[in-house]
Design a protein around this ligand. Sequence first.
Ligand code: NAD
Ligand code: ISE
Length: 342
Amino acid sequence: MNRRGTHGTLGVAVIGTGRMGADHVRRIDTVISGARVTAVADVDAERAKAVAARVDGCTAHTDPVAAMAAADVDAVLIASSGPAHEAALLAAFERDLPVLCEKPLTPDAASALRILQAEQRLGHRRVQVGFMRRYDAEHVKLKALLESGQLGRPLMLHNRHRNVASPPFFTSAMLITDSVAHEADSTRWLLGHEITAVTVLRPTPSDNAPDGLRDPQFVVFETGGGALSDVEIFVNCGFGYQVQAEVVCERGTARIGDGHAMVTNMAGRWGGTIAQDFTERFADAYDRELQAWVEATRRGDVTGPSVWDGYAAAAVCEAGVRALEDGGRVEVELVERPALYD
Ligand code: NAD
Ligand code: ISE
């Protein structure tokens, strides 16, 4: 069914008006075309009201279900905290509303599997998961190069994922479930194989990490194609936000994320600047991600990272958390991939 809404544009209910939710509301309102925010919901009533007040005709709610039932809502964008995603997804499924769900789909494999089963009961795909790296120009270029076969078969992928500082609620497990979730997806997507096992090595924590936080960590993914993918995750590096990847193939290598868009020479030094957070580094990717979702939804289609991708990433992260806690290598357990996601 095409969804163009009563005013010719897609009416979107945004669930969760924190950092990402508020940024997505701004994006829909002022950057992308074909959609408008008609309702927002946040358990923090003041936050919801403040965000709604910036958008003409937008209503504010504390209950996500009330926002989905509000006038002129054709689709839902879920940007609440990870543990709240399952309830919001199931509520959207009850109304058969198209969804863009921020990563992680859900924080663990069991709840992600429940979403996979619920979408199968609907009988059609309804969800695009917010793995925005798939819309980042450098990642798209790297994927195309790998698919061209020019470099030969990928042997190793080296990833570096650094944040300036972690939020106060961050736990050692969240370095995997909230941060490395991105590499779980980008590894599967770039290499075209499922991740089969995870090992997590734990260097002595940085003195700059909050007490008790295991930061940094070094994660190794084994993949079904035989290639290895390693991830340095360091969420209190202090100096900037960096997401870099280098793939080593049989006939060459390719590297992205160095941020050398502009190099300056001044006073006997050369250099550039480093982005300070994801909203800066991935601004264009989020714009393209949302525009793609709106366009697909308006023509009655669902594209991009699927519930299967969200479930697979959750299963990889769950194995990663066990590897972090117990040490050693943990195999990833996946159910059989349903035909809906072929
Ligand atoms: P945040 O804490 O700033 O915002 C979350 C908001 O959700 C808060 O305002 C909170 O009150 C609200 N909330 C919590 N439970 C709710 C519920 N049951 N119903 C309605 N609202 C509820 O967090 P954030 O950084 O904006 O992250 C939100 C989501 O976006 C998370 O899933 C996170 O992993 C994801 N995220 C993605 C990226 C990315 O690069 N793609 C970056 C940051 C965050
Ligand atoms: C955050 O939730 C994100 O998704 C960012 O992209 C990531 O860099 C960060 O580590 C996460 O906490």
